[in-house]
Write a protein that binds this ligand. Structure first.
Ligand code: ADP
Ligand code: MG
Length: 322
């Protein structure tokens, strides 16, 4: 079974950043309002996510480490959720299979919390512990028991970049929550809850303040909101383009093109606009027949989505060019 766990784990946890994503999503799902990420050695020796969410009872905490243990209800119409998050109830079990994990958690109504130490799927001990309400999960020495995987990890700057990408995506999707990130001894991000525009400024810098054009476009099928950068705020590299569908970050060359085309002729050669766009759409209009770990989706009516996204960006840019 621990072999099965290790194999499945390889699907879910490809690198420290994938564990960060799973842990932070769990904290968001648990209703955490303050979520802190601590990283050492680009997550190779330690990553820890601390939240002030609903916590778990000692029994639930033990259960959460079992494969296919999920407390989250599956609604048929929740398919998009199901597929993009993929591997329901496998994240904690998978991470525990390939790391040394310490889980501390307490429900508000419990006086004492519980602490579980697990190493490569073996539960070493569980004991009562005094701790804050919420959950703290530390993942130490990821892939300690799979040397091939560990060796496959990239340099610290590369792995850290992946972690920051996940952190930025999740914190952009949830400006109503406060997030922080500590790397070594350094507070890399400290993001109080607030508006999306403030979140963007806190993540990327003051320079963005004057450069955001608000988008707002709605049809009976979809709603597009968020910000696009003004044309003269062109970026030299890709990487500052964020597209979310129902609050999940996705990649879409097709919709990227829709946004690019809204700038027709306004951008210098070889540059890209900044954007953080949210598409809200009824999940029944999305084709979920894609690989669960991929951040890609298909729309039933791709062209209609393209048109609305383009028009939303176009209007935002236009109104700022007047
Ligand atoms: P899933 O998120 O798909 O349910 P996971 O393996 O990520 O599967 O988590 C298993 C279960 O552990 C969750 O369904 C939830 O009940 C519990 N859990 C995990 N992380 C937290 C957390 N930070 N706070 C409260 N409960 C959590
Ligand atoms: Mg999860």
């Amino acid at each position: 079974d621990s072999i099965a766990n290790q194999i499945a784990a390889g699907e879910v946890v490809q690198r420290p950043a994938s564990a960060v994503k799973e842990l932070m999503e769990n904290s968001i799902d648990a209703g955490g309002k303050n979520i802190r990420l601590i990283v050492k050695d680009a997550g190779k020796t330690l990553l820890q996510v601390i939240d002030d969410g609903m916590g778990m009872s000692p029994t639930d905490a033990r259960m959460s480490l079992e494969r296919h243990a999920t407390s989250k209800i599956r609604k048929a119409e929740d398919l998009f959720e199901l597929y993009t998050m993929g591997f329901r109830g496998e994240a904690l079990a998978s991470i525990a299979a390939v790391a040394q994990m310490e889980l501390r958690t307490r429900k508000e109504s419990d006086e004492l919390g519980t602490c579980i130490v697990v190493e490569g799927s073996d539960i070493k001990r569980q004991e009562p512990v005094a701790c804050d309400k919420g959950t703290s999960i530390s993942v130490k020495n990821l892939f300690f028991n799979i040397p091939a995987r560990r060796n496959f990890l990239k340099s610290n700057p590369v792995e850290l970049k992946h972690i920051i990408d996940e952190f930025q995506r999740l914190s952009l999707a949830h400006p109503d929550l406060s997030f922080s990130m500590v790397q070594g001894d350094e507070l890399v991000y400290d993001l109080p809850e607030g508006k999306l525009s403030q979140r963007i400024i806190n993540l990327f810098g003051k320079a963005y303040q004057e450069q955001l054009a608000a988008c707002q476009e709605e049809t009976n099928m979809i709603k597009v909101t968020g910000y696009v950068g003004k044309p003269d705020f062109a970026r030299k590299t890709r990487g500052e383009q964020f597209l979310f569908v129902n609050k999940r970050f996705i990649r879409s060359n097709y919709l990227h093109h829709a946004i690019m085309s809204a700038y027709e002729g306004l951008l210098p050669e070889n540059s890209f606009p900044f954007y953080v766009l949210f598409i809200d759409i009824d999940p029944k209009h999305i084709d979920v027949n894609v690989h669960p770990t991929k951040t890609e989706i298909k729309f039933d009516d791709e062209r209609a989505v393209y048109a609305v996204v383009r028009s939303a960006a176009r209007q935002a840019i236009g109104s700022h060019n007047l």
